[in-house]
Design a protein around this ligand. Structure first.
Ligand code: FAD
Length: 284
């Protein structure tokens, strides 16, 4: 089922994200984790695409497997390290696998960037997928602006170009303060972006995740969350419980404010996905 149809057909949508194994020897343990998350019956699951396309074969295989298990899947696809021919081949594989949803991404610019790329921006990939036809196309967006952008406003102008190229919906980078998301929504709507925007929530369950996550999101750490890490960071079980509670509170606030779909960066952690799902058992 297409993501836009899922959003239209349900009162509240909850989805989880997983990533493929980085090496073949991790395949079994990652597959087990993904199956455990799929058994929670989320409305859909998205499968990331390794930077530079390294795990791309697994992305298609896992997306296909999820569909076979009865869970709607979204395959991520990045373009910065790909040729147009690579992309067309990947689209043919996804079509053959029956995957209906693609999150179209540029990917991070490789360190050995040669300056002669066939794709510069995700909008060019979106346009190619649109031309291929048959897919529901998602794009990424950044409530605090993409780190390469001069301002949030210029980033939103570029986002509008991407949406006009054919995005059916958007998913946000993680954020830890919902007000940032509400403020972004208002700016996106006034720039003429009317497709559904799905907020992405990352439960921080280990103190060691904090630094990398904040760099990725570009988010300042809210004082409320900093106090949690200060108090519970050296107690793994307490940190996990507090991190899940913080993410749950963010998610409930989003639904309470009329947001229909929330995406959780569950990152191959079934215990975290299960705890969030249980916390929302009467809501979703
Ligand atoms: P773009 O939309 O192309 O934007 C990149 C930058 O270019 C922005 O600063 C934008 O403002 C600017 N820009 C865009 N268009 C123009 C234009 N016409 N003129 C001038 N400037 C322009 N990475 C992976 O490798 N694999 C994944 O699976 C993955 N999943 C992700 C999922 C989500 C929900 C998010 C938010 C990110 C994900 N990423 C993933 C990371 C993403 O690839 C990086 O953030 C990357 O740096 C930007 O990708 P994008 O698709 O947002 O790029």
């Amino acid at each position: 089922m297409k993501i836009t149809d899922i959003i239209k057909s349900k009162k509240a949508v909850l989805s989880f994200e997983v990533f493929p194994p980085k090496t073949d020897d991790k395949f079994e343990s990652v597959s087990r984790a993904i199956d455990e998350i799929a058994a929670l019956s989320p409305d859909f699951m998205s499968v990331t695409y390794g930077a530079g396309g390294g795990t791309s074969a697994y992305t298609v295989a896992i997306s296909r497997h999820l569909k076979e298990c009865g869970v709607n899947s979204v395959a991520h696809l990045s373009c910065i390290s790909s040729t147009k021919a690579d992309v067309h081949e990947k689209l043919a594989q996804l079509k053959e696998a029956g995957v209906e949803n693609i999150l179209a991404l540029r990917g991070d610019i490789p360190a050995d960037f040669a300056g002669n790329l066939e794709y510069r921006y995700a909008s060019e990939l979106v346009a190619d997928i649109k031309k291929a036809g048959g897919f529901c196309i998602g794009g990424a967006c950044y409530p605090e602006g993409h780190p390469e952008s001069d301002t949030l406003y210029s980033d939103i102008e570029h986002l509008k170009i991407k949406v006009d190229a054919g995005c059916d919906y958007l998913t946000t980078q993680m954020f830890f303060d919902n007000d940032l998301f509400y403020s972004f929504l208002a700016k996106a709507y006034s720039a003429g972006i009317t497709v559904p925007i799905i907020p992405g929530i990352m439960p921080i369950t280990r103190a060691s995740q904090v630094k990398r996550t904040l760099t990725l999101s570009g988010s300042p750490m809210p004082a409320k969350f900093r106090r949690i890490v200060d108090r519970f960071g050296d107690n793994p079980a307490a940190m996990r419980q507090a991190g899940v509670a913080y993410a749950t509170e963010q998610i409930i606030d989003l639904y309470a404010n009329g947001i229909k779909a929330v995406h959780v960066y569950s990152m191959n952690k079934p215990e975290v996905a299960r705890a969030i799902r249980d916390n929302l058992s009467q809501i979703v």
